[in-house]
Design a protein around this ligand. Structure first.
Ligand code: UD1
Ligand code: CA
Length: 425
């Protein structure tokens, strides 16, 4: 059966106190809505992202990065139910399933979504909502059940009676619906509630009244549905993500000396027996080979491909670069937009000057196999150092260097004998 998703991302995100739309805030260099879109990409045939607040920014982000997603404008934003109704004109004759998710819930996993859909199918459900248990359920919608434990409705915090507020089962904000059966609900929702909004949550009660098969899938790991509404939540989600990712790598045979101070993005692959030393920060998409040593205090900024037996030492920053096997950049360097061969040694303090502030263009540095770069060298890109060439320390390299040559731009050293003694007289 065909599955499409609707991802809600039109809300204001007032509590973020930000000029940036909430769903474009980042964890390890990846946007919140990016996590959600990546989670559905192997499940759905098409995805609709509902945009409204700062619509253009979210729209251009989605267009640029996700070709399986369309954006749909919601103006004004009259609530989560109103948001979903925006896709009705596009899906008039659609017969498949719709998975509804929130753009501010990045910790959900593909695995859980697959289980959720399997559950929906196995129950022959028409409408399934994901729920979980929170010791402190504040701010979430509460799942209200009948005496026989079947679902009754969802009540928002602001509409809840003290009795309902005590319920610890909450709405995760993730739904799977048989579109053809539930679609009529969207023209029948009312905004008769504390926030004057068209609540998506009301489709539960609507489904019950219309004799649909309505079910809840209770998620055990409540961390996954953690929704981000403030910067405090963003930091908390980053911590959860950090722990989850570090554990995955350690289970796969990567040594992480101090997981508490090591941050690795979700889209980084790391080979076996690589050691990640403390205070290392890895964001964006990267591939790190086997037997590498990364850090302490290294920063990989995305687009980095490192082969086996490579050492990236302390205070080395790498961005959008390929580094071949057995190469070392041990200390205090910046490697950006570069292609680096194998058995290359990059001396302490080497900088690839990749950015021209006048043209705003970035250029490439190529270091072929067996190149040795002396300490404190600046490689002014575009520049190529051919195989086996050496660069003397403290050089500014502005021209290509042929194979096996030595290049240096250092001024000759002078020694003035007894100079100090004469000054002291
Ligand atoms: C919502 C649910 C709540 C659930 C919680 C889970 C409703 C009424 N409440 O509450 O039961 O426990 O999520 O995280 O659905 N949005 C739009 N258009 C709008 C309004 C919101 O696209 O007009 C988007 C927001 O950008 C956000 C999502 O919908 O991504 C959820 O909205 P939010 O205001 O965060 O709802 P919650 O109060 O968290
Ligand atoms: Ca929310």
């Amino acid at each position: 059966m065909d599955i499409k998703s609707v991802i809600l991302a039109a809300g204001k995100g007032t509590r973020m106190k930000s000029e940036t739309p909430k769903v474009l805030h980042e964890i390890f260099g990846k946007t919140l809505v990016g996590y959600v879109l990546d989670n559905v990409k192997n499940i759905t045939s098409e995805n609709f992202v509902i945009v409204g607040h700062h619509a253009e920014e979210v729209e251009s982000f989605v267009k640029k990065n996700y070709d399986n997603a369309k954006t749909v404008l919601q103006t004004p934003q009259l609530g989560t139910g109103h948001a979903v109704s925006m896709v009705c004109p596009m899906l008039e004759n659609y017969k498949g399933l719709i998975l509804i998710l929130c753009g501010d819930t990045p910790l959900i996993t593909e695995e859980t979504l697959k289980k959720f859909i399997d559950f929906h199918k196995s129950q022959k459900s028409d409408l399934t909502v994901m729920s979980t248990i929170f010791e402190n359920p504040t701010n979430y919608g509460r799942i209200i059940r009948e005496a026989d434990n079947t679902l009754k409705c969802i009540v928002e915090e602001k509409d809840a009676t003290p009795e309902q507020k005590a319920v610890k089962e909450v709405n995760a904000g993730i739904y799977c619906i048989d579109w053809a059966k539930v679609q009529p609900a969207f023209s029948q929702l009312t905004s008769n509630n504390a926030q004057g909004e068209y609540y998506l949550t009301d489709i539960i009660e609507w489904g019950k009244k219309n004799s649909l098969n309505v079910n809840a899938f209770i998620l055990e790991n409540n961390e996954e549905i953690f929704g981000i509404n403030s910067r405090l939540h963003l930091a908390e989600a980053t911590k959860i993500m950090q722990k989850r990712i570090n554990e995955k790598h350690m289970i796969n045979g990567v040594t992480i000396v101090d997981p508490a101070t090591t941050y690795i993005s979700a889209d980084t692959e790391i080979g076996q027996d690589t050691v990640i030393f403390p205070a290392t920060y890895i964001e964006g998409k990267n591939i790190i080979g086997k037997n590498c040593k990364i850090g302490p205090c290294a920063h990989l900024r995305g687009g980095v491909e490192i082969a086996d037996n490579v050492k990236i030492g302390n205070f080395v920053e790498v961005k959008k670069s390929k580094i071949n096997s057995n190469t070392n950049a041990g200390h205090l360097s910046y490697i950006g937009d570069s292609e680096i061969g194998s058995h290359v040694n990059i001396g302490a303090g080497t900088i690839t000057a990749n950015y021209n502030p006048l043209t705003k263009e970035k250029s490439k540095t190529v270091l072929e196999d067996n190149v040795k770069i002396g300490s404190n060298t600046v490689l002014v890109a575009p520049v190529t150092v051919e195989e086996g060439a050496n660069v003397g320390a403290l050089s500014v390299i502005t021209k290509n260097i042929p194979s096996w040559a030595l290049a240096l731009t250092r001024s000759p050293m002078r020694v003035l004998n007894d100079w100090v003694k004469k000054q002291l007289k």
